[in-house]
Design a protein around this ligand. Structure first.
Ligand SMILES: [Zn+2]
Length: 594
């Protein structure tokens, strides 16, 4: 069930040709030049004062804020029609402008890194720096991996014809790809989102045909997609060597402000619990009445009839469950619908997937998704709106503290999904329907926790293999992918050979190495938080909203410490995994009722 809901970006700009885009960018460029001539050589000095550093940070923050609007517009506008050359050109132009601005600003973070230690120690406790202390501390940690300013400039300028260009090529190829498939006697030409939605079809023949067509499509482009992947793997290896990162994941951990040990704990807890995945798929195989499950059965619905939910119904469900949690959360969410901040329609040329763009503390967020009417799409809507709530609550932070770091970035989104799931579950009385919904929730949770951990382990293996062996054949990558994904299912489901190609469309693997573990971190974290909400009720809500309002003003360990959570404690993560096991046990019990 499709929708024609599209967003209205005219409050940002009137369109690609709006002259305001040009003048806004020009003004930021000019201010960046002035900032450079004013502060270059004045930061990394032993007689730096807290007042000077504060002034510089205020100006820096303000100009980054003003840079967000045109670049966000270019990206949002491009993603709803990636085949429009004018939108592609604007995006490219904004990237180039961003680079030009960045070349004037690069010196600043570099100088923060080079403030003599004695001076830094003297200044960092000064109250004038309160709003930027976390930023300064994080920059000092990153600074250990910076190159010289001239080198940084070259890397920034050449990125547009290097890794960023390859990333864009990946997006353009996958977005304009069409997949031919015959569904119930009717030949169709579908986009990536549409064909992937068919994997949720109750008819096995439809799922099989969709999977086969999808594989064919990926194979058709595998030469160029695989070339892009090899190039990006090599690019990362080079950058990591130059920046003195010992391991492929190290830069991501540093960015995330998480220690290797904490991440290792989360990953190990997940791998130890792969048995939960196997238990569930054994149950699912019995419920589907199949001898063996394969990759296109993973998302098969438990019920023969597929529930379709209109976008209007989805909106009501989301708003009602958010209101039941907190009227404040409802008030934040409602304008997303009434003021058209959501683009949900499926259109040719529109990019796949979903995201929420928070733009800046001065602006409201936008939600992008492809709504096909499946219950899962309702969860996606709740997920992206959760991000939106996070963005609105954090808007009292300055821009440098605004965005939650990646591991915390999924907190509000997954929590939003939980709220909608519970509300949906309460509306059902038939055990069969209850089970079907629970099965969807379990599968989504698996996809967010175990699947992301399996992908993370695939990435660990593939980056290491590239560094040890040189350019990888597509067969090698296919095999690494298949091995790590199969491991999670144990003997409950056998991924077919076709599935070995299915890494070729996943944007994170191409464009944001090691991004994926943050999803597992976030989901397990939220399951544990949700358990506390059930226990504590009302008093929890304000603490939780305070956590969101803190944005990225501190590191994840510190933000969570304020909620009495110690993320170094393995038992805490096991608590999250236990909730997943309980959901599977609940599914097993429901299955006994019929
Ligand atoms: Zn998300």
């Amino acid at each position: 069930m499709k929708t024609d809901v599209t967003w209205d970006l005219s409050d940002l700009y009137a369109g690609v040709d709006d002259p305001k885009i040009e003048s806004d960018v020009a003004s930021v460029k000019k201010r960046a030049e002035e900032f450079e001539s004013k502060y270059r050589g004045r930061i990394a000095v032993s007689d730096l004062t807290a007042a000077t550093l504060r002034d510089a940070l205020d100006e820096y923050e303000a100009l980054l804020r003003d840079e967000q609007k045109p670049s966000a517009f270019a990206y949002l506008h491009f993603s709803t029609d990636t085949t429009d050359p004018a939108r592609g050109a604007l995006l490219q132009k904004m990237q180039e402008a961003g680079t030009e601005i960045a070349t004037h600003l690069i010196f600043f973070d570099l100088e923060i890194g080079k403030i003599p230690q004695e001076t830094y120690d003297r200044l960092i406790g000064d109250t004038a720096l309160d709003p930027y202390r976390h930023y300064l501390q994080h920059q000092r940690a990153l600074a250990a991996h910076y190159l010289s300013e001239a080198e940084e400039k070259i890397l920034e300028e050449t990125a547009n014809s290097g890794p960023r260009a390859f990333g864009r090529l990946f997006t353009e190829i996958t977005a304009r790809q069409k997949f031919r498939v015959t569904v119930r006697g009717e030949e169709q030409e579908l986009t990536q989102s549409e064909i992937l939605a068919l994997l949720y079809d109750p008819d096995r023949a439809v799922r099989q045909a969709a999977a086969a067509s999808f594989t064919e499509g990926l194979k058709e482009h595998h030469h160029v997609l695989h070339f892009i992947f090899n190039t990006l793997l090599h690019d990362k290896a080079v950058k990591d060597r130059l920046r003195r990162y010992a391991e492929p994941e190290e830069a991501r951990h540093l960015d995330n402000e998480l220690s290797k040990e904490v991440v290792q704990n989360v990953v190990e807890v997940c791998v130890e619990n792969y048995g939960v995945v196997a238990d569930y798929y054994h149950l699912k195989r019995r419920l589907l009445g199949l001898d063996e499950l394969t990759h296109y059965d993973r998302y098969a619905p438990i019920l023969d009839t597929q529930v379709e939910i209109s976008f209007d119904e989805a909106r009501e469900m989301v708003l009602n469950s958010f209101r039941a949690f907190s009227p404040q959360v409802y008030d934040i969410t409602e304008p997303f619908f009434s003021k058209r901040w959501i683009d949900a329609a499926v259109k040719p040329g529109k990019a796949g997937g979903a995201y929420c763009s928070s733009v800046s503390p001065d602006w409201h967020p936008y939600v992008f998704m492809n709504y096909t009417g499946k219950p899962r799409d309702v969860m996606t809507l709740a997920h992206e709106l959760g991000h939106g709530i996070h963005g609105v609550l954090a808007c009292k932070q300055n821009l440098l503290n605004f965005h939650a770091s990646l591991p915390m970035a999924e907190t509000a989104s997954v929590f939003g999904e939980m709220l909608v799931f519970e509300a949906l579950q309460k509306t059902l009385t038939d055990p069969k329907e209850k089970l079907a919904l629970l099965a969807e929730k379990i599968e989504d949770t698996f996809a967010t926790v175990f699947r992301q951990v399996a992908m993370f382990r695939f990435e660990q293996a593939v980056h290491r293999a590239r560094r040890a062996q040189g350019e990888l054949t597509v067969e090698t990558v296919n095999q690494l992918w298949q091995t790590h994904m199969q491991e999670m299912f144990q003997d409950s489901l056998r991924l077919g050979d076709d599935h070995a190609w299915w890494w070729l469309y996943i944007p994170h693997i191409f464009q944001s190495p090691f991004y994926v573990y943050a999803y597992a971190f976030g989901e397990l974290l939220v399951l544990a938080l949700y358990a506390r909400y059930r226990q504590e009720g009302e008093p929890f809500i304000q603490k939780y909203l305070n956590l969101l309002a803190a944005g990225g003003s501190d590191s994840p360990p510190n933000l969570l410490k304020a909620m009495d959570i110690d993320i170094a404690d393995r038992a805490f993560w096991q608590g999250g995994a236990r909730l997943i096991r309980q959901m599977v046990e609940q599914a097993q019990e429901l299955a006994r009722l019929f």
